[in-house]
Design a protein. Structure first.
Length: 371
């Protein structure tokens, strides 16, 4: 691959530079002068987006196995996502095996115009059957042996667990020691359960506010544990799952709050019926819901998440970190989520209205008409 050079307002770890960035698979050099992008009309060049919670898109669901994850990685790349975690649902063991086998293959082989699949986010089945959200009721308690067996199929980068389930607290420590990011989610646990899980090595919270016990001033719940103690948490900023005021509350409390889409098969598709794991869900007016009205994942993409954050008043550099850098740091990936020499050339070019103009994934320019 011969090196490419593009110009614009480049967001580097040291701040904005007006200049040029040169890259092949990795970034070779960045040259320019410190500049306030408000003082010129040039494009923005930001780190590619990183989505740690993706169920689907373009009509496909990760749980289908086979080539579905490739289709999903392609539709999200069209929206600036350059790396992602394919996310499983609570399901019978054989269904999870099918999904993880396909994810493992996708991790080893990235296709053209596809976001890099970094591994899996196992969202269930180790959750509380009283807080399923849109997850089918195949919740059960975890064992280390079972998780280790799943780990042989695909890298489990993130695992969501309800810490209040008997036996789970000790397991949190064991899974953290295996190198997984253990996230508290789909939980009826109390504030104390949350604090205990963090002390045992839990590192984050799954779609903060959604499918967890809320904050009351005499019973602060799992949300209270997150707001009081978390360094990292994921949040769905589609403005349907979480009220803007609650998003602002979390931004004040959690230093490295980052955004995920929790996107489903309906992402990038017209209104209608879709499958989410074993559930039929209905997409209407941007929302995806079960027949009873429960939100069932989103149709969000991270380019829209970035615009939503800026719409809430975040400056662009802060918003960029929350759709990229913080997620990379959470997984311990120093070579992604930042525009710096030696890092992978994962980057997005946005116009002044924050519309995507170009996406580069490990230096390869993505064809934005390949949905
Ligand atoms: Zn999810």
């Amino acid at each position: 691959m011969s090196d490419v050079t593009i110009q614009g307002n480049i967001l580097t770890p040291a701040g904005w530079l007006s200049g040029a960035i040169t890259f092949g698979e990795r970034i070779a050099g960045i040259h320019g002068a410190a500049a306030d992008p408000q003082q010129n009309g040039d494009d923005y060049i930001l780190p590619g987006f990183i989505d740690l919670h993706v169920h689907g898109g373009a009509g496909k669901d990760v749980m289908e196995g086979g080539d579905a994850v490739h289709t999903i990685a392609r539709i999200h790349a069209q929206h600036g996502t350059t790396s992602m975690l394919a996310t499983t649902m609570t399901a019978p063991p054989e269904d999870i095996d099918i999904a993880l086998t396909a994810i493992g293959k996708a991790v080893r082989q990235r296709g053209k115009n596809e976001a890099r699949v970094l591994g899996a986010h196992l969202e269930g089945p180790y959750i509380n059957s009283g807080k399923l959200g849109a997850q089918p009721n195949f919740a059960r308690a975890a064992t280390l042996a079972e998780v280790q067996r799943l780990e042989t199929m695909a890298p489990l980068r993130v695992i969501t667990v309800a810490p209040e389930i008997a036996g789970h607290l000790g397991l949190v420590r064991e899974l953290a020691d295996e190198g997984m990011r253990v996230q508290i989610g789909h939980t009826l646990g109390s504030y104390e359960d949350g604090v205990a899980a963090l002390e045992h090595g839990a590192a984050g919270f799954t779609h903060l506010f959604n499918a967890m016990s809320g904050l009351h001033h005499r019973e602060p719940g799992m949300v209270g544990a997150a707001l009081a103690h978390a360094e990292y948490a994921e949040l769905i900023p589609d403005l349907l799952h979480v009220h803007p005021g609650a998003i602002k509350t979390a931004l004040r409390a959690i230093p490295r709050l980052y955004c995920v889409t929790d996107s489903t098969a309906a992402t990038g598709m017209p209104d209608g019926e879709y499958m989410l794991g074993r559930h039929t869900v209905h997409k209407c007016m941007g929302g995806v819901r079960l027949p009873d009205g429960t939100l069932a994942g989103s149709t969000l993409t991270l380019d829209q998440a970035l615009r939503n954050l800026v719409g809430l008043g975040l400056d662009l550099a802060d918003a960029s970190a929350r759709v990229s850098t913080h997620a990379a740091d959470y997984l311990g990936l120093q070579e992604r989520g930042r525009l710096a020499p030696g890092a992978y050339a994962d980057l997005v070019v946005l116009d002044r209205d924050l519309k995507l103009k170009a996406v580069y994934i490990e230096g390869e320019r993505c064809d934005l008409n390949d949905a």
